[in-house]
Design a protein around this ligand. Structure first.
Ligand SMILES: [Zn+2]
Ligand SMILES: [Zn+2]
Length: 783
């Protein structure tokens, strides 16, 4: 596909980004045409406003001292809403200074009211530490503010500092995990802090999604409930990347109406965005002989080398730490051939969360000692790098919001810069590089949480009841009557005179890991050191933690030695094998309850509660290049999952009228199911690993050809609902992703799935397009 024609008068502003792109094109082997789209995005000039008059004088002085002459419009707007006592979310781009929006009202209040307190929550410890440090510097700059005492409070905080913080700190910097385990559980010891709580900051709030987000939503409701008991009603200030409907998502997260500020008043330089699809390889084939593309990581290494030769400061984002190391090594090797001096000026950034490491990287990139760095997405949050010449995103990072967060690192003011998205072998990546509007126009996905999921709500309700007995009104406010009755039936909670109490000696806080999965958990433990790396839902453990499975943790690679389902533990050791595994399993799905259902001619669509039964029967090992090593048989006990699914049925008559013979039904439905799983993240902020699918030419409950896409978490995390609501947009994109792929009979970029339990067989690529076209025609007939 040819690149978009260049506007003759757009040259001046975009010159630099465009010239970098031509350098990359010159270095591309002849006959390859990987560039699918180029767009020149104009820069934005700053919109400054005056300091709002409610901001305390010493705060203005300190901020001026720190290099802020005047606020940008969005900072002042959000800050003024918060200062007027209303909850607000500010959703603007990377490096748009969102922190000023909460520093202005909080520091003004802390300066004026000697007892007032504030709480800051970050999704990662690193970000919390950065914000604490920056705030300390600010306070030190102004004498009138230097008496305001602030403190961090996380897993690394020594006991004596914790004790001091409880007694004296006016502003605490922590994370939702510590809020759950320390402040809420031990609220009596925090009564001074809670009674005076005026503001709560929820930073990078778009990262609270899925099950984690649903848990955080309930932790914040528990916080508001306890604060109210102590007589406080804090104002929430949330900061978010640009997402669709940030106000709606923020309101759902805090459980109260929240205003939104989205007009970004910060400046940035013009950007040239290039979408890039590596070619299909001829020498290597993957599963069932399918073609495989050159990997996004090695393509990115070549691109970064070309950019570094031009002297462009370049940051490349890669999915795993291992991938980041390979990309940096690849770029360095290529550079050594051109100019040995340049080979040392490219590095992999280790996603260790040490502040010193990050500072050193930031400094080296800022002063040009380092010209190229490859990093995992871990660098996305809380790192002070902006104004780079080029950003290469190797593989779509999962959400449009993350893409912009990464792209936002590019662009010196006033000069052009280059952003490149290099597609991976994945249907969503294929779709985006062929449908630039889905990426470059308005952000499409909203942040999904479902605080009413009974599997999330149950444990949270026990924590709330232990903190303070629950009244009937509160149970109603949590939307939790059904869940409460079940807990009562299990004798976990009991009604006494003035409310619902937790029975016995149970310790619900310890049992609840707000970042973990839900239901029974398997602990993932490093055998040699006994270190706990994380947890996994028991239902998913057989397919993801079987012996020899590769487990990724913070970008590090581990291999599973043993899975003991009875003891609830998987033992792993650190190793970086050159293969990955994928489970072979038999999956069945039964409809338990129809929640919504509608017929459209020969097609019906529903949202249903289902029971999914998996049984693992073996696993396949394949090289990173996609080649198959072997198939190992391994039988595991069946696991069931109670969850929600979006489904559609279609009559055999409709499929036959569209030209499919019955022997092609299974492969066509299966291929349509795979691609739909790959594309759901386009409309819901999920990962393809959060969801699963089942397709069958004849389902026992419907008597018809049926496709189910189900939520992979017990009770569902809201993804199936979102797919149900956006069905037409989702299936349209699915159909286009398949037909855009240049392979002939199906490949990982369209209908093959890395997690297929069935060995990607049978798959009928053309049949899938036929099924989807027929279904969409019925769904949109008459609209
Ligand atoms: Zn394909
Ligand atoms: Zn499959």
């Amino acid at each position: 596909m040819p690149a978009t024609p260049r506007e003759p008068d757009a040259d001046a502003a975009f010159g630099f980004g465009r010239s970098l792109l031509s350098r990359v094109l010159v270095g591309t082997p002849v006959r390859e045409e990987p560039l699918t789209h180029v767009a020149d995005l104009p820069g934005r000039t700053a919109r400054f406003v005056e300091w709002p008059d409610w901001v305390a004088e010493p705060v203005v002085a300190a901020l001026r001292e720190s290099g802020v002459p005047r606020p940008w419009s969005h900072q002042a707007e959000a800050a003024s809403i918060a200062a007027a006592g209303r909850h607000v979310v500010v959703a603007t781009g990377t490096a748009s200074g969102k922190s000023l929006a909460y520093r202005m009202p909080i520091l003004s209040t802390l300066a004026r009211e000697p007892r007032a307190t504030a709480l800051y929550l970050a999704p990662t410890k690193a970000l919390g530490a950065d914000q604490l440090r920056a705030t300390e510097e600010l306070l030190d700059a102004a004498e009138e503010l230097s008496s305001i005492r602030i403190s961090g409070y996380d897993g690394d905080t020594p006991p004596e500092v914790r004790q001091w913080a409880r007694a004296h700190a006016r502003w605490i910097f922590t994370n939702p995990d510590m809020l759950h385990l320390a402040l809420l559980r031990g609220h009596a010891r925090w009564s001074r802090f809670l009674r005076n709580l005026r503001y709560v900051v929820v930073d990078e709030c778009h990262s609270y999604r899925g099950v984690f987000g649903s848990n955080v939503a309930l932790v914040l409701r528990r916080l508001r409930r306890l604060a109210a008991r102590y007589g406080a009603d804090p104002v929430f200030v949330l900061a978010s990347a640009t997402t669709a409907d940030p106000g709606v998502a923020a309101s759902r997260l805090i459980g109260a109406p929240c205003e939104q500020v989205t007009e970004d008043g910060s400046p940035h330089g013009p950007r040239t965005v290039a979408l890039w699809e590596p070619p299909l390889l001829t020498a290597v084939t993957g599963e069932n002989g399918a073609p495989v593309r050159r990997s996004a990581g090695s393509e990115a290494a070549r691109i970064m080398a070309d950019l570094v030769v031009e002297g462009a400061r370049t940051l490349t984002f890669v999915r795993s730490r291992r991938g980041a190391e390979l990309t940096a090594m690849g770029a360095s090797r290529l550079l050594a051939e051109v100019d040995p001096d340049l080979a040392d000026r490219v590095a992999a950034y280790r996603a260790g969360y040490l502040a010193e490491d990050r500072r050193a990287l930031e400094a080296a990139l800022a002063d040009g000692t380092l010209l190229g760095a490859a990093t995992t997405n871990a660098l996305e949050l809380g790192v002070d790098i902006a104004g780079l010449d080029a950003v290469v995103v190797a593989g779509f990072p999962g959400t449009v919001a993350s893409f912009w967060q990464q792209a936002g690192r590019s662009g010196r003011r006033g000069e052009g810069s280059l952003v490149m998205l290099v597609a991976r072998d994945d249907p969503l990546d294929t779709y985006l590089v062929h449908h630039p509007a889905a990426l470059l126009d308005k952000p499409v996905e909203a942040t999904i949480t479902d605080p009413t999921n009974p599997y999330v709500l149950g444990p949270q309700l026990l924590c709330a009841a232990l903190e303070l007995p629950l009244t009937d009104d509160e149970v109603r406010a949590f939307g939790a009557w059904d869940v409460l009755s079940e807990l009562a039936e299990q004798n976990l909670i009991r009604r006494r005179g003035h409310g619902w109490f937790v029975t016995g000696e149970s310790r619900p806080h310890d049992a609840l890991d707000i970042r973990g999965g839900i239901g029974t958990q398997i602990a993932i433990v490093e055998g040699e050191t006994g270190r706990l790396l994380g947890t996994c839902d028991a239902g998913r453990a057989p397919s993801t933690l079987h012996p020899e499975a590769v487990h990724l943790h913070q970008g590090e690679t581990y291999v599973v030695d043993e899975l003991d389902l009875e003891a609830g533990v998987a033992l792993v050791h650190q190793e970086t094998p050159d293969w990955t595994t994928s489970a072979r399993e038999v999956t069945e799905i039964a409809i338990e309850e129809v929640l919504e259902k509608r017929a459209y001619g020969a097609v019906s669509v529903g949202l249903v509660r289902v029971e999914v039964t998996h049984q693992m029967v073996g696993y396949l090992r394949r090289l990173l290049s996609g080649e198959i090593v072997d198939l190992v048989e391994l039988e595991m006990p069946p696991q069931t999952l109670d969850t929600r699914a979006v489904m559609y049925t279609v009559t055999p008559e409709l499929l036959m009228a569209a030209g499919l013979e019955p022997d092609r039904f299974p492969g066509s439905l299966h291929a349509a199911e795979h691609a739909a799983i790959g594309l759901l993240p386009l409309v819901a902020t999920c990962d393809r690993w959060d969801i699963g699918g089942v397709s069958t030419a004849l389902h026992g409950d419907t008597g018809l050809p049926t496709v189910f896409i189900y939520d992979g978490h017990p009770g569902g995390a809201g993804f199936a609902e979102r797919g149900h609501r956006e069905l037409v947009r989702w299936l349209t994109a699915t159909k286009e992703a398949i037909s855009d792929c240049e392979c002939s009979a199906g490949c990982p970029s369209c209908v093959q799935s890395p997690k297929c339990g069935n060995g990607n067989h049978p798959l009928d690529k053309k049949g899938a397009v036929t099924v989807l076209a027929a279904v969409l025609a019925e769904l949109t007939a008459g609209t």
